[in-house]
Design a protein around this ligand. Structure first.
Ligand code: CP
Length: 329
């Protein structure tokens, strides 16, 4: 019997396969209730949660806020400038202050060590809303989306193309391994995940019967894949100057129609968003003026195609975050 009460959710490898499937089932149940207008506000009435965002967000913040309201809770949002965290008050002190007032704390920011420290000093559950190394709440939404589409996870193959050194690439390997999915990471050598994370994912994969493959050859990587996944080439918090190098290094890893045609016949496209697939953003237009590129990690054709599940995936952030809070509070 799975019991996650009081638990922190800091990275995917903190969870067992059984716990991941428990959270997915709970998220599916909560999504069904939401779609059918069945309220769940009696589950955590009057509880309070703190949302610490040291980096910007649309999906994660909105998901925590909507999910908290649906569960009968109240939220306090702390933006990068709106608190003393880090510059005037240590993480350890902040954790103990907030834990005295709130029932749970979400943290989005920089190094994984920060969220780990926050959790260590906090007596209430801490949820990682994205660090440089890990994005566990995104993974649960991705897994729910894939399972809704295919009806199962085990045996499917996910191909991730692009910069795989950071939170999304790292977390996808472990998420796939935990659920019996094969994961093919396709990135130039210097953009491949750290050896110890690959080793950890392979250790888990050995138990669930799946495979973790690391390659730099796009054609071989996407061949027959069920899911093709990518992320932006420049992450939150990185300086603008890195665009030039990223475009040079990663352009042959862009997900375009030829990549999707090379994947399985019913392959879906996924992206954690936001995405640079057109000129609809200020940064996108600046890149176009400087480098003449109107599409970055994915073409607009693939992004807007019938096989693209990016907006279902975004909606599922809310249902899965609701499950995480419901299960741990
Ligand atoms: N995918 C994701 O984390 O989106 P936000 O940055 O908008 O929260």
């Amino acid at each position: 019997m799975v019991n996650l009460k009081g638990r922190d959710i800091l990275k995917m490898s903190d969870l067992t396969s059984e716990e991941v499937f428990y959270l997915l089932d709970l998220a599916a149940e909560l999504k069904d209730k939401k779609k059918n207008g069945i309220p769940v506000s009696d589950r955590h009435p009057g509880k309070n949660i703190a949302l610490i965002f040291e980096k910007t967000s649309t999906r994660t913040r909105c998901s925590f806020e909507v999910a908290a309201h649906d569960l009968g809770m109240h939220v306090t949002y702390l933006d990068p400038e709106g608190s003393q965290i880090g510059w005037k008050e240590s993480i350890a002190d902040t954790a103990r202050v907030l834990a005295g007032m709130f029932d749970g704390i979400e943290y989005r920011g920089f190094e994984q060590t920060i969220v780990e420290e926050l959790a260590y000093y906090s007596k209430v559950p801490v949820w990682n809303g994205l660090t440089n190394e890990s994005h566990p709440t995104q993974m649960l939404a991705d897994l729910l989306t894939i399972r809704e589409h295919f009806g199962h996870l085990e045996g499917l193959t996910l191909c991730y193309m692009g910069d795989a050194r950071l939170n999304t690439g790292n977390s996808l390997m472990v998420a796939c391994a935990l659920t019996g999915m094969n994961c093919v990471i396709c990135a130039p050598e210097k953009y491949q995940p750290a050896a110890e994370i690959v080793e950890k994912a392979r250790e888990i994969a050995a138990k669930t019967g799946s495979e973790i493959v690391i390659t730099d050859v796009p054609q071989a990587a996407s061949k027959g894949a069920d899911i093709v996944y990518t992320d932006v080439w420049v992450s939150l918090g990185e300086p603008e100057e890195v665009w030039k190098e990223r475009i040079a290094d990663l352009s042959s890893y862009r997900v375009d129609k030829s990549v999707m045609d090379n994947a399985g016949p019913d392959a879906i496209f996924m992206h954690c968003l936001p995405s640079f697939h057109d000129l609809g953003t200020k940064i996108g237009r600046e890149i176009y003026e400087k480098y003449g590129l109107s599409e970055m990690e994915v073409t607009d054709e693939v992004f807007e195609s019938a096989n693209s599940l990016v907006f279902v995936e975004a909606e599922n952030r809310m249902h899965t975050i609701k499950a995480i809070m419901d299960a741990t509070l």
